[in-house]
Design a protein around this ligand. Structure first.
Ligand code: PGA
Length: 254
C-alpha cells in the first residue's frame, strides 16, 4: 500500500538515552491522534524495541538506521533486517551519507542491504546524494544516476514487483547538519530529474521522494511544496518533538 504523503521521517542518529527517547516518542504520540500522512522515527538500535512498544497503535512508523545484508550469522556488532522487524521496526534507513562516507559503504553494499530489508518485509529508505566537491563540479545528476543504478535492486521492480516498500531520500552530503540547503529551484530541478530517472525503471507508481539536509520548521513548508518532493528526512530537528511536529504539519500533515 502506498505510504500517505507527506512522509516526514526523523533520524535520531546516535542520540538519546532511554529516558530521552521515550519522552520524545511520548510527546509525538500525544500529537499523533489521527495521522493523515506518514510520520516516522528512527531511534538508535538500543531504543528501537522500547520506542516501537511506546508507539504501538499511534500509526507512527518506527525504523532502524541500518541493517546487515545477511539475515543472521557471525557478524559481530551488526543487526540483521529480521531482527529489526522482530524489535518492532517497519522500516530501515540505508545508505545514509554518514555510512557511505563515514564507514565506506558503497552502492553494491547498499543494494545488498536494501534487498535484505525488503526480504524481511521492511520499508527501505534509501539515501542518495552528492558531496560538496561533486556539487561544485556540476556532477550532482551523474552521481545520483550512478547511485540509483547501483544502490537500488531495480531488477525486482522491472520484473513487476511494486515499489511500495521503497522510499528514496535525496540528501546532498554538504547540506546534512550544516544549516545549508540547495535553493528551492535546485531541489525542484533535482527531484524532477530523479522522477524522470526512476520512471522507466520502476513499474507502477514512483516511490516517494524525500528531501533531506538541514530541514527545519522554518524552511519545511517551502521545501515540501516543491513538485516531486513527497516529504523530508530530518536529522537534528527531529530531536525536538515540537519542531519535528511543526515540520510534519508544514508539509501538510495533520
Ligand atoms: P540534518 O540531517 O537534518 O541534521 O541535516 C539530515 C539527515 O542526515 O538525514
Amino acid at each position: 500500500m502506498a505510504l500517505p504523503r507527506p512522509l516526514v521521517l526523523g533520524n535520531w542518529k546516535m542520540n538519546g538515552l532511554r529516558a530521552d527517547g521515550l519522552t520524545l516518542a511520548g510527546r509525538l504520540a500525544e500529537r499523533a491522534v489521527k495521522l493523515s500522512g506518514t510520520l516516522g522515527v528512527f531511534p538508535p538500535a538500543t531504543l528501537l524495541a522500547q520506542v516501537a512498544q511506546r508507539l504501538v497503535g499511534t500509526g507512527i512508523m518506527v525504523g532502524g538506521q541500518d541493517c546487515h545484508e545477511k539475515p543472521s550469522g557471525a557478524h559481530t556488532g551488526s543487526i540483521a533486517a529480521p531482527m529489526l522487524r522482530d524489535a518492532g521496526a517497519g522500516a530501515v534507513i540505508l545508505g545514509h551519507s554518514e555510512r557511505r562516507h563515514g564507514l565506506g559503504e558503497d552502492d553494491a553494499l547498499v543494494q545488498a542491504k536494501t534487498r535484505a530489508a525488503l526480504a524481511a518485509g521492511l520499508t527501505a529508505i534509501v539515501c542518495i546524494g552528492e558531496t560538496e566537491e561533486e556539487y561544485a563540479g556540476g556532477r550532482t545528476l551523474d552521481v545520483l544516476e550512478r547511485q540509483i543504478a547501483g544502490s537500488l535492486p531495480l531488477d525486482l521492480f522491472t520484473r513487476g514487483a511494486k515499489a511500495d516498500s521503497l522510499v528514496i531520500a535525496y540528501e546532498p552530503v554538504w547540506a546534512i547538519g550544516t544549516g545549508r540547503t540547495p535553493s528551492l529551484d535546485e531541489i525542484g530541478r533535482t527531484h524532477t530529474r530523479l522522477a524522470e530517472m526512476l520512471g522507466p525503471r520502476i513499474e507502477g507508481d514512483l516511490p516517494p521522494l524525500l528531501y533531506g539536509g538541514s530541514v527545519k520548521p522554518d524552511n519545511a513548508a517551502d521545501i515540501m511544496a516543491i513538485a516531486h518532493v513527497d516529504g523530508a528526512l530530518v536529522g537534528g530537528a527531529s530531536l525536538d518533538a515540537d519542531g519535528f511536529w511543526r515540520i510534519y504539519t508544514a508539509g501538510g500533515g495533520a
